[in-house]
Write a protein that binds this ligand. Structure first.
Ligand code: DMJ
Length: 643
């Protein structure tokens, strides 16, 4: 190892050799001998050189990573700038120093590994001394820490946007003591529904008021998303139930989590959760609701990944996989579902500055505009793979209803700038009037259903919302037919009131016929139930706002009393299975829309009009109020933020 040190390897040249015979012509033999000697000398020098090089090359094993499971440690690289790898330098000095350093480094590492192992061993021994519960509690604390960190990351404030005019968030307290008393009764009913849900169903989607436990249906998926809390928030706020509102807010802040492996209805989650959260945000100004609404909307977006952009009915919140209801005609999506996203999605784009939501719903609209419509009617079923209609069924009730509602409300919500939506609404309503609206022999105006080329003379409780819609759309109607549409709204309200009045319980059935001598009465047993639905009361409220005819308050009060008498149980409110029976049985479900809609519309019916005026607020189909967006001359599509 020392030999090369004696032989300088650079800076010294051997004398030039002329090995040819002509160089030493007289001493050929001697020369041959000396030649051999010189050759030997060169060879030995070369071997010595190679030996030296071999020993002094840096040890490549020292460049390997030491994967110790603690931290990756890299032996420092040889610094070539200092000439260590340069065989032209005097390596004996540099290499010796380097090796010394490496030895020290290895020693240090070995000590560290030993110390770490000993520490880990000690910790393990300590752990083993602890009880299972203590260990589990420690694990939980660690988990919570991680969740909190993730939450912090997720809850970044969204970019501020100018808030729309939020007019009319006031008590709406009526001066008339009788009306005040009625309103207080409705507030008390809300408290009864909420308190029982709070006690027996907290965090579950809905309440079983008789079994006194949580309840859910497939529309909410298989996880506890507190649907009743989210749906009820704005009603609590409007009624001044602020402690209850705060409880709900706290639950949402801490528990409402959308990263769950759960398949939910896109439509229901949109109208109840996104609508509910947005309304709660606008009313209270609490950022948490806006943030949650945006998080949830992001989870719904994969539902739009279909060949046509018409969303699936259901989506798995975790995987983003979508599909349609098994019962829907030919794998179709449902008109009332994919056509009831517009209001919430426009608000999401408005609040986030992200056009993605707006683009999704405008794409649906454009696609629908291009399609042929049988008799000018929109069928209830549309296949999201082919872009073709399924069965030619048309309804202003279930499967179709809120699509028409959202055309009108898109126009209202845009401060009447979205004239395209208004035109689509006017065209659709004209076709509906022509083909679906009839008068019964007894003079009741009803809206039937179009099924395979003929009119079914049956009207659903759901269809009763249309009375309010006609009244709301009267102003601004084509050919100045405002009076006509207000009248149509009044006639539908009257028919629906009749459907209540002709029952034993004074509560309306799910569907009623106008056929074979029967008028506004349910015939089939499975259409006689009342599940706390709001549509009839919703129409009373709109009619009240537009006419101030006291009969609407009277009808609303009749319904309030009937609900309190027949649906109230000690554990909340329940639907009833037969409104024609004097001893009804309960379905044991307190629907979330009872708190979101039925009680809210009743409360508003007995409040002053300056509480949430209709010039400034548009109620989504789940009765969640969203403010009109006064975008002046810039429609969303014209706004640079939305291009
Ligand atoms: C509500 O969830 C909504 O109003 C929806 O549009 C249809 N009907 C239910 C309540 O009946």
């Amino acid at each position: 190892m020392t030999a090369p040190a004696l032989l300088p390897l650079s800076g010294r040249r051997l004398p030039p050799l002329n090995l040819g015979a002509s160089a030493f012509p007289h001493h050929r033999a001697t020369l041959r001998l000396s030649e051999k000697f010189i050759l030997l000398l060169i060879l030995s020098a070369f071997i010595t050189l190679c030996f030296g090089a071999f020993f002094f090359l840096p040890d490549s094993s020292k460049h390997k990573r030491f994967d110790l499971g603690l931290e990756d440690v890299l032996i420092p690289h040889v610094d070539t700038s200092k000439g260590d790898r340069n065989l032209g330098g005097f390596l004996i000095h540099g290499q010796g120093h380097d090796q010394h350093r490496h030895r020290e480094e290895e020693e240090r590492l070995r000590n560290k590994i030993r110390a770490d192992h000993e520490k880990a061993l000690e910790e393990a021994k300590e752990k083993l001394k602890k009880s299972r519960d203590e260990i589990q509690a420690e694990i939980q604390t660690e988990k919570n820490k991680v969740v909190q960190e993730l939450k912090k990351k997720d809850s970044k404030p969204l970019p501020p946007v100018p808030l729309p005019n939020l007019i009319g968030i006031n008590s709406g307290e009526p001066a008339d003591p009788d009306i005040r008393e009625k309103r207080n009764k409705i507030k008390e009913m809300m408290k009864h529904a909420w308190d029982n849900y709070r006690q027996y169903g907290w965090g579950h989607n809905e309440l079983k008021p008789i079994a006194r436990k949580g309840h859910s249906t497939n529309i909410f998926g298989n996880s506890q998303m507190g649907a009743t809390i989210v749906d009820a928030l704005d009603t609590l706020y409007i009624m001044g139930l602020h402690d209850e509102f705060r409880e709900g807010q706290e639950w949402i802040d801490k528990n409402l989590d959308f990263s769950v492996n759960s398949e939910v209805s896109v439509f229901e989650v949109n109208i109840r959760f996104i609508g509910g959260l947005l309304a709660a945000y606008y009313l209270s100004g609490q950022e948490v609701f806006k943030i949650k609404a945006v998080q949830l909307a992001g989870k719904l977006l994969p539902a739009f990944n279909t060949p046509t952009g018409i969303p699936w009915a259901m989506v798995n919140l975790k995987s983003g996989v979508g599909r349609n209801w098994g019962w829907a005609s030919a794998g179709s999506s449902i008109l009332a579902e994919f056509g009831t996203l517009h209001m919430e999605f426009v608000h999401l784009s408005y609040l986030t500055g992200d056009p993605v939501y707006y683009n999704k719903v405008m794409h649906i609209r454009k696609l629908l505009q291009k399609m042929d419509r049988p008799n000018g009617l929109y069928p209830n079923y549309l296949n999201p793979r082919t872009g073709r209609w399924g069965q030619h069924h048309t309804s202003v009730g279930g499967l179709g209803d809120s699509f028409y509602e959202y055309l009108l409300k898109a126009w209202l919500m845009s401060d009447k700038m979205d004239t395209e939506a208004r035109k689509m609404y006017d065209d659709a309503i004209e076709a509906i009037e022509k083909h679906l609206i009839r008068k019964s022999n007894g003079g009741l105006t009803f809206i039937g259903e179009w099924k395979n080329g003929h009119l079914e003379r049956k009207m659903g409780h759901l269809t009763c919302f249309a009375g309010g819609m006609f009244a709301l759309g009267a102003d601004g109607s084509r050919d100045d037919k405002a009076g006509h549409y207000l009248q149509l709204g009044a006639e539908i309200a009257h028919t629906c009131h009749e459907s209540y009045d002709r029952t034993t319980l004074k509560l309306g059935p799910e569907a009623f016929k106008f056929d074979g001598g029967v008028e506004a009465v349910a015939v089939r047993q499975n259409e006689k139930y009342y599940i706390l639905r709001p549509e009839v009361i919703e129409t009373y409220w709109y009619m009240w706002r537009f006419t101030h005819d006291p009969k609407y308050r009277q009808w609303g009060w009749e319904a309030t009393q009937a609900i309190d008498k027949y649906c109230r149980v000690s554990g909340g409110f329940s639907g009833v299975k037969d409104v024609y029976s004097s001893s009804p049985t309960y379905d044991d479900v307190q629907q979330s829309f009872f708190l979101a809609e039925t009680l809210k519309y009743l409360y508003l019916l007995f409040s002053n009009d300056d509480l949430l005026p209709l010039d400034n607020w548009v109620f989504n189909t789940e009765a969640h109020p969203l403010p009109v967006l006064h975008l002046a001359n810039t429609t969303l599509s014209g706004n640079p933020a939305y291009r």
